[in-house]
Design a protein around this ligand. Structure first.
Ligand SMILES: [Fe+2]
Length: 288
């Protein structure tokens, strides 16, 4: 009997995002990790085109999705968690650090005083070493902050869904300059991921493949220790922090950070409609 899940990964090309469906092959109990809502910034139009592929897949495989898991409040794509929740009768979880992300960005976006910053938009806030049942399997939660304070890794058997901690070995690691980010904490979090063992399979939230190469959904701890361009074995914490801080100082903001954050801190719900029945997102000027 195996304690490993089956996994299918779906790539969202315009945001370079991997969404993973993981399930217990014996019972069909499933989780969806980091689903994407299509959003066209030019028109302001959203669509479920990409997430409908997930819905078709779980229906075809006869899976029962109990949880939609966010590895963190993403700044580069909008989550489709709220819409999937309605379609699948599933619950949505994110790291407990979402509360500080909500508190910070409710000020940036001047959200109404009654906007909850206690994470209650989500069904569950998870902490380090929490467990979530997945049929006959068990999902273990690891707090892996550094990119953001709410960043979590979800471990099932020898598979870990690592969010934005590591990217593929040739692309390195995630930036640490967002509110709550900290390169020193990311270094420590990655040591915790390496401690899962050389054979552990690491499922990425993003891949940015070189021209002509295919995006990769999965790498191993051994590959990162041997050749991650930012944090291979032997790179010290101080070396990593100086590299990361210098690099972050030169990075532009992600193209979708402003729309993404406003939706993602609401667990994927859009802001309430205004008096004309239309929904708006805000653009704070000269703030980021
Ligand atoms: Fe991220």
């Amino acid at each position: 009997m195996t304690s490993n899940p089956q996994i299918r990964s779906f790539y969202h090309e315009s945001t370079f995002t991997w969404t993973h469906v993981a399930w217990d092959p014996q019972t069909g109990s499933a989780v969806i990790i980091d689903p994407v809502l299509d959003y066209d910034p030019a028109s302001g139009r959203t669509s479920m085109e990409s997430s409908n592929i997930l819905l078709d897949f779980v229906a075809a495989e006869n899976l029962s999705v109990g949880w939609i898991l966010e590895t963190h409040a993403h700044a580069d794509h909008l989550t489709s968690a709220a819409r999937l929740k309605g379609r699948l009768n599933a619950s949505v979880a994110i790291g407990a650090g979402i509360r500080s992300v909500q508190a910070h960005f409710s000020k940036v976006f001047n959200l109404p005083a009654d906007f909850p910053t206690d994470g209650t938009q989500f069904d569950r806030l998870v902490d380090d070493e929490d467990r979530i049942a997945l049929g006959n399997l068990e999902l273990r939660v690891l707090h892996t902050p550094g990119h953001t304070d709410d960043s979590m890794t979800y471990v099932i058997g020898d598979c870990a869904f690592i969010g934005d901690t590591l990217f593929a070995p040739d692309y390195g690691t995630a930036r640490c300059d967002f509110p709550g980010g900290d390169a020193r904490r990311l270094y420590q979090s990655i040591q915790g991921i390496y401690a899962l063992g050389d054979q552990a399979k690491l499922f990425l939230c993003h891949d940015y493949p070189a021209e002509g190469s295919a995006a990769r959904p999965m790498t191993t701890v051994a590959e990162h220790k041997a050749g991650n361009v930012h944090i291979r074995e032997g790179i010290s914490e101080d070396e990593f922090v100086s590299m990361r801080d210098a690099r972050d100082a030169r990075l532009d903001m992600p193209a979708l950070i402003l729309p993404s954050i406003q939706v993602n801190i609401r667990a994927g719900q859009l802001p309430p409609a205004e008096s004309n029945g239309l929904v708006y997102l805000k653009i704070p000027i000269d703030v980021l």
